[in-house]
Every structure is written in C-alpha cells, then in structure tokens.
Write a protein that binds this ligand. Structure first.
Ligand code: SF4
Length: 488
C-alpha cells in the first residue's frame, strides 16, 4: 500500500488511519508521486485552501472524493478526516471509534472535558472524531467511575509493577516477552534472586525521591509459574522494602489455571494479596486447544472455586473476543458461565494480532480476524450482559490491529475496581516496574510529561546486564528533581 500526501508531515496520523482499515497491508509513504505509479494499492491526498481530494486505487477499484475543508480546523485535521471519510466510503465500513486511533480514548475524553467542558467534549467526539454514541457512552461512564480514584491521588503517589515473564506454554496470539517454562525453567530461580535485588534497589530510589506506594501489581507472563516459596519471597521482599502503609491493593495475576494450586493460593493469601486474576480467555475446550492452552474449561472453574473457598474476595477473570474458532454462540456461552461464577471483575479483551504472535503469520486466521462484525457483536453482547449483571466499566484501552477495531474494557462490581489498572492505563501517575520487560513510566505530576525507563526485555539479558539496568533506574530521582524544580 502506497500513501502519498501533498503535505507529507501528516504521515504518522494518516498511516494510523490506513492501519485501522487495512491492518495487514504493508504501508509505504512516498513524497514523490512517481513512486506511486505501479502499485496495486495507492492512496493519494491533495490539500488546497478550499478542499482536500482523496483518491484510492485498489486492484481494479478506484474512487476519488473531494471534501470541503473546515476553516476552523487545521490542515492536519482536514487532511486526515478526508482520508478517514474516503476509507469509510471505499470500504463501506464505519469504525465505532471513528477516526480515533490512540490507545487511551478515555484519557483523551477527560482531557477534552477539562479543556472545553463536557458538552463540547462530547460534541467533538461525535462530530469531529466520528465516535459512535455507544462508545461515547462508555467513555462517559468510565470517566465518572474513575473520578473517585483519580481525585484522591497525591503528587508523590506511585504504583509498582513486578514482572514475571514466564508461562507454562506460549499462547498462539501472545506478543509479550514471556518465555515458556518448557524451555527456560532453569532461569526461574536466578531470575527471582535478581528480581529481589532490583526490588530492594528500587525501594531505596523511591524512598530517596520521596514517593509513596499506593498500588502494587504482579503480572507477566504468569506469576504463578513461580512456586509457592518463590512467590512468598518476592511479595515479602516488596512488603519489607517499601512502606506499605498507604498501599491500598496488591494484585497477583494467577493467570492460567494450570499454574494454580492450593499451596500457591495459600501463599498469596498469607502474604496479604488483595486481588487475583484467574483468566479463562474462553470456556470452550476446542478454542482453548486452538490457542495453545494445555488446560480445560473445567480446570478454570475449579481454580475459581478453590480461590473462593480460600476467601479471595476480589477475583478478576479475563476473556478475549475474536479467538480462532469462537462463534458468537460460544462466546455468549463463555461470558454467561463467567458471570454465573460472579467474579468481582471481568475484563473483556478484543484479540489483537501483533507481528510477534505465531498467529500473525497464519493467513486463515488473518481472514477470520477480519470478520469485524463478529467481533463487534461479541463486544456488544458483553456490554449488555455485564451491565445487566451490575458490572460497571472502569478502564479501557485500545491496541493496534484489534479485531473489529474494538477495545479492551475492565468491568467491576461497585467498589471493587482495580485502581492500578486505572492509574496505569490512563497514565494518571508514575508506575515503576521491576523485572524483565518492565517499563517504568515516570509522570510529571504537574504537567502531562511522561518519561519511560526501559528494563531489559528477556530474562537472559536481564540477568546478564543487570547492573547497567539498575544504573538507568536512578534516573527516577533525577526526573522528579526536574519536575519539582520546574514547578518553582
Ligand atoms: S498466558 Fe499471557 S503472557 Fe503467557 S503466553 Fe499466554 S498470552 Fe502470553
């Protein structure tokens, strides 16, 4: 796919729009029209003072449309909205998030409310970004559910993320750095030892910086690939090194049921873990097999019942819409069964096919993945069912190449929201990460500035270049010194 824009500095946004409609096309942006001659898929946009003309030529179909510019808007908006409208007409497809391509639509919505007021923010979403009434309504609800959690934040609050990048096997759609323990079992113990050191160093840095821990989250991968004793060592290290007196919640992703047993759940309970996640993704055995899981739906249910019997009173369950082989009927069956179990939180993801996932290279799956209306129906059903069952949406984020251009939404029974998810997904405050693949996001509490500090990605390199990585982490203190200086 070749993209030519007469004002080429809008390439980035226009490129995102191309991916929204044609997620698997390889995109090349050109500044010379001669380079766009021979391709079988060419998009050209010409801007002048009055109008923007967009022409799309794909295989044997061609269309050319002229759109009148809005004089109150800048060139970027006029060009990108013209491309968006022309793609909608060309594909007869009107994405429910309109031309929004960013990861955090709710964050954008709240920023617009703060800047322009609620009525104008809603008008902009509907009329300028073409967001559907249904998606706007979910933004509205989430903004109001999040408010009590964001209102209580202090400038020096932060959240902690601990990464355990190991899983029993690799799921077919996985794009994380997670390593299967079939191949990397030997790395686990040295990894835990290094992680304990990083937690201690990080606690020292946050203390010197004057930060206050308010939520903690252990994710991955699947943290419960660690044994009970290793889990206890990691959690107790956090509790020993950080001041936990302001920490309101500590989540551990128990993730896959084939890693959960009574001894691990008891260890989590004993360490005071307040919330766990048991993630079926689907309760259809055939679909579980398709995605490379080595457990049954019944094992998920058994793990949930076991956790309840051990008094876990805040359990999340993750589901994915758009898994290979799942139909609307089987998705409905899964969600209904999950709701019957009555977990406090349900998170409904839309499958995102990333380049690093095995599935990305499977042409049959790609064509299934382009079944936008199926994904939309699944997500629509989850909205109806979960609202009927007294769940409120409390956070939402999007990724590129999501089936049907949908979203991931966290739902919670009243007052059981995971605040870590709110703070991290909408980048409300600083999140400091420990462990391989972790990314610390240092947020200036007085502005929108956000700086990232990357840990090493894979367990092997994490172990080999550990000291170098710790050095980088000291940047946290330097950044906060800058933020505070700028304020004065
Ligand atoms: S459980 Fe999650 S992190 Fe682990 S392989 Fe599957 S998708 Fe990846």
């Amino acid at each position: 796919m070749i993209l030519y824009i007469s004002h080429s500095f809008f390439d980035y946004e226009a490129g995102n729009l191309c991916r929204l409609f044609f997620p698997y096309e390889k995109l090349k942006t050109v500044t010379d029209l001669n380079e766009a001659k021979d391709d079988n898929f060419i998009v050209k946009a010409f801007y002048n003072e009055e109008t923007t003309t967009v022409s799309v030529i794909k295989d044997n179909t061609a269309s050319e449309k002229i759109y009148k510019n809005d004089n109150n808007k800048d060139k970027e908006y006029n060009v990108t909205s013209a491309i968006y409208k022309s793609f909608c007409e060309f594909c007869s497809y009107y994405p429910s998030w309109g031309m929004l391509t960013g990861i955090h639509p709710v964050k954008l919505f709240i920023e617009h409310i703060d800047k322009f007021g609620k009525v104008e923010a809603e008008r902009i979403f509907k009329e300028e970004y073409f967001v559907s009434e249904e998606k706007l309504s979910i933004c509205r609800k989430i903004a109001s559910v999040q408010k009590p959690s964001t209102d209580k934040l202090e400038d020096n609050d932060f959240s902690l993320y601990i990464s355990i990048p190991f899983c029993p096997t690799r799921c077919s759609y996985c794009s994380f750095v997670s390593q299967s323990i079939e191949k990397h079992k030997k790395l686990i113990e040295p990894y835990v030892e290094a992680l304990l050191m990083e937690i201690e160093e990080t606690a020292g840095i946050t203390k010197e910086t004057g930060l206050r821990l308010v939520t903690a989250y252990m994710g991955g991968g699947t943290p419960t690939t660690l044994n009970a004793e290793q889990l206890k060592r990691v959690i107790n290290k956090v509790k020993e090194c950080f001041d936990m007196s302001f920490c309101r919640e500590f989540t551990v992703e128990a993730g896959r049921p084939d890693t959960i047993d009574e001894s691990k759940l008891l260890a989590l309970k004993e360490c005071g873990i307040t919330r766990i996640s048991i993630n079926p993704q689907t309760l259809q055995d055939k679909v579980l097999e398709n995605i490379g899981r080595k457990h049954t739906a019944q094992e998920v249910v058994d793990a949930f019942i076991l956790a309840r019997s051990l008094c876990f009173d805040n359990i999340n369950m993750d589901l994915i819409a758009g898994l290979e082989g799942d139909t609307l009927e089987t998705f409905i069956d899964t969600l209904d069964k999950v709701v019957k179990l009555n977990p406090e939180n349900v998170t409904v993801h839309s499958l995102a096919l990333k380049r690093s996932a095995f599935l990305f290279h499977d042409e049959d799956v790609k064509s299934y993945h382009q079944n936008k209306s199926l994904a939309e129906k699944m997500i629509d059903y989850s909205f109806i069912k979960l609202q009927e069952s007294e769940y409120l949406p409390y956070y939402l984020y999007r990724q590129s190449r999501m089936i049907g251009n949908q979203e991931n939404t966290g739902w919670a029974k009243i007052n059981t929201e995971c605040e870590y998810n709110i703070y991290t997904m909408d980048e409300t405050h600083t999140v400091i990460a420990c462990g391989a693949g972790g990314v610390s996001k240092i947020k200036d509490p007085y502005s929108n500035r956000l700086e990232r500090i990357f840990n090493l990605k894979y367990p092997n390199e994490y172990l080999q270049r550990f000291n170098e990585m710790l050095e980088r982490k000291k940047e946290v203190k330097v950044l906060y010194e800058q933020f505070r200086q700028w304020l004065h």
